[in-house]
Write a protein that binds this ligand. Structure first.
Ligand code: TQI
Ligand code: ZN
Ligand code: ZN
Length: 168
């Protein structure tokens, strides 16, 4: 079953059209940006929320970046595997990924590396946190707190949909 953060934080009803931006210091490729666009669409399909990319990182609602180790928010990254990413509940809007992971950006699942993680799978999970979902006890849910390397799990489960529709 789905869960929420303590106090059930969510984006207020006057903020249904959210913007997102990538940290310009990362100089991300269009392929990486497309992965996030697809991940956001999976949530907007089931909610009144819309997500629009903007180039203004400072003023965007949601801020996405890749960082190594201690990057200033008190939640350190730890190199390969361990913590892969984290996201803060509304209204903070920060989605951070560990730059030291081997991120799979195309569909090359099973391409050899035993430590590579599918970027869209992790992005869909972290966006759930950005919107206010905690973890789920349903194994097939995107918000279930385990994922294996090389595995692509990007489809929302009905449990994820039910949870997000309680919030929005
Ligand atoms: N990062 C954890 C996560 O996003 C951070 C975390 C731990 C957390 N406890 C939390 C976030 C409680 C919110 C509430 O869950 S992670 C997965 C999953 C991680 C884990 O790097 O361990 C995914 C990132 F669910 F598969 F385990 C992405 Cl998909
Ligand atoms: Zn961080
Ligand atoms: Zn999580």
């Amino acid at each position: 079953h789905y869960s929420f953060f303590p106090g059930t934080p969510r984006w207020p009803s006057r903020r249904r059209d959210l913007t997102y931006a990538f940290d310009p210091r990362n100089q991300l490729s269009d392929d990486v940006k497309r992965v996030f666009g697809s991940a956001f669409n999976r949530w907007s399909e089931w909610t009144p929320l819309t997500f629009t990319e903007t180039s203004n990182y400072l003023t965007s609602d949601l801020k996405i970046g890749f960082y190594a180790g201690d990057h200033g928010d008190g939640e350190e990254f730890d190199g390969v595997l361990g913590t892969l990413a984290h996201a803060f509940a509304p209204p903070r809007g920060l989605l951070h990924l560990d730059i030291d992971e081997t991120w799979i950006v195309d569909d090359a699942i099973g391409s050899g590396s035993t430590t590579a993680m599918d970027l869209e799978s992790v992005a869909v999970h972290e966006i759930g946190h950005l919107l206010g979902l905690g973890h789920s006890s349903v194994e097939d849910a995107i918000m279930f707190p385990t994922i294996s390397s090389g595995v692509r799990k990007v489809e929302l489960d009905r449990d994820d949909v039910e949870g997000i529709q309680v919030l929005y």
